[in-house]
Design a binder for this molecule. Structure first.
Ligand code: 9MG
Length: 278
């Protein structure tokens, strides 16, 4: 897949490091220190082997309240700018806001990661005009309400149908097929049972055909409540469970793993890669 200044071979699984820039993410004081801390964390993830850094200023956790556009811009833009100036990595911007898409691509972001699949007013048109690859995600409901009794006839069919249908709409609107990544949205309006069915059958999504080709699949399970529920452990004790789930997804064909624990996941993916090549 072609990004701003480089091409990434997604036939081998790649790691996307998560960089949350919400106020509670870096508790070391003022703005300058927070920026420095964000850059150091991004640098560490790049050294550990991340191909992408996903920068997000809006919490999309279940029950999270929305932040204002100004707040999101002021959290994300300086971090995108600093990473673009200092690191050789593809910057993904985790946003549904067309204004932030525009600002961050101008500052050097090379991928738009939208948990709302470009369905917010103006997002699709903006992403099209910017011309960078996009990741579209499935979510049932909205972050405020999505875990209030989610239900499906068949979660795998429903999620696959939505993502392939949405990709088709984007292509018809002028998007390049080679610039679309799809994501089942683990934990976004899904029970543990739904998440496990999706993980178990992630190869169905990987193999879903759109005009005789497949779309790369991004999987984000890192530290999520599905891992917490399985292990009965708090968020700071979910690393091994998260790596295990990412490993399964990669073995079944996922192309990008969105994770907090980059080095551990990169090592696990090397084992997957050796097995697949062997
Ligand atoms: C921002 N964000 C949180 N979880 C995510 C997931 O699973 N996928 C993508 N694409 N973005 C996510």
């Amino acid at each position: 897949m072609k990004f701003l200044n480089c091409e990434i071979d997604l036939s081998r699984p790649k790691v996307m490091g998560v960089l949350n820039v919400t106020p509670d993410s870096f508790s070391d004081g003022g703005k300058f220190n927070s920026l420095d801390a964000a850059l150091r964390q991004a640098e560490q993830m790049v050294v550990s082997g991340a191909a992408f850094i996903d920068v997000g200023g809006e919490s999309t956790r279940p029950g999270a309240v929305q932040v204002s556009l100004d707040e999101e811009l002021s959290r994300v833009c300086p971090v995108v700018e600093r990473i673009a100036e200092n690191l050789d990595v593809i910057i993904s911007v985790d946003t549904s806001s067309p204004e932030l898409m525009k600002e961050s691509v101008a500052l050097g972001a090379g991928l738009i990661n939208d948990v709302r699949a470009l369905q917010k007013t103006g997002a699709q048109l903006m992403a099209l005009s910017l011309g960078v690859p996009v990741c579209i995600m499935h979510m049932q409901g909205s972050p405020e309400m999505m875990q209030n009794n989610p239900s499906y006839n068949s979660v795998v069919d429903n999620v696959t149908g939505f993502l392939v249908g949405r990709a088709e709409q984007l292509i018809q609107a002028g998007f390049d097929r080679d610039k679309i990544i799809i994501d089942p949205g683990f934990g976004f309006g899904k029970t543990l049972e739904h998440n496990l069915q999706l993980l178990n059958q992630i190869n169905d999504l990987v193999n879903a055909q759109l005009e005789n080709t497949r779309l790369p699949v991004l999987v984000g399970v890192s530290r999520k409540s599905m891992i917490g529920e399985i292990l009965d452990k708090p968020v700071n004790e979910r690393m091994i469970g998260s790596v295990a789930a990412a490993t399964i997804a990669a073995y079944k064909g996922a192309s990008i793993l969105r994770v907090h624990d980059v080095q551990e996941t990169v090592d696990a993916l090397s084992v997957v890669q050796a097995l697949l090549e062997g």
